[in-house]
Write a protein that binds this ligand. Sequence first.
Ligand code: 2PG
Length: 201
Amino acid sequence: MARVVLLRHGESQWNLENRFTGWVDVPLSERGIQEARNAGEKLRGFTFDRAFTSVLMRANETLRLALETIGQTALPIQKDKALNERMYGDLQGLNKAETAKKYGDEQVKIWRRSYDVRPPGGESLKDTAERVLPYYEKTIKPHLLKGETILIAAHGNSLRALVMELEQLSREQVLELNIPTGAPLLYELDGGGKVRSHRYL
Ligand SMILES: O=C(O)[C@@H](CO)OP(=O)(O)O
């Protein structure tokens, strides 16, 4: 049975500061480094065939620290911007609480969690899915169809796009979907790549 583990990066410096991050390449916070190591502890017992990550350092470092924790540093790793966080446009760098005060909680929730509303100058979840899902289908899934065990270290919204597809969630369900930092999420797939079960490790 194929297995794929989705791992959102540990807390970044801008998660800590509560700022919209998107494509800005910020490092992990001290706590984020620890979360990445703890994620590694939860991956003990898995032997990964390969890993995929974005081109942003918070995901790359999380992957490196988790793999280092389980002594699996020699496996093939592919980095691709297709797995990057949703581009947050004009919101990048702004404080989330201040933005909510200015535009209202409801508007900010729509920008952050809706399926197809774009934040100003940025990508909607749908736009993000339009690059994440073809990458998953073409580059990642063929390995799963061979029964491999794969680790994907990416971001809150690039992973929401993938989870929406894997779990066949509706637009309404995805509005309430939040993926925590540093919490490995395991999917077990059948021979055709369909999800049979999933759980946080
Ligand atoms: O700022 C971001 O890039 C993301 C992830 O931290 O935030 P949000 O929770 O609003 O999707």
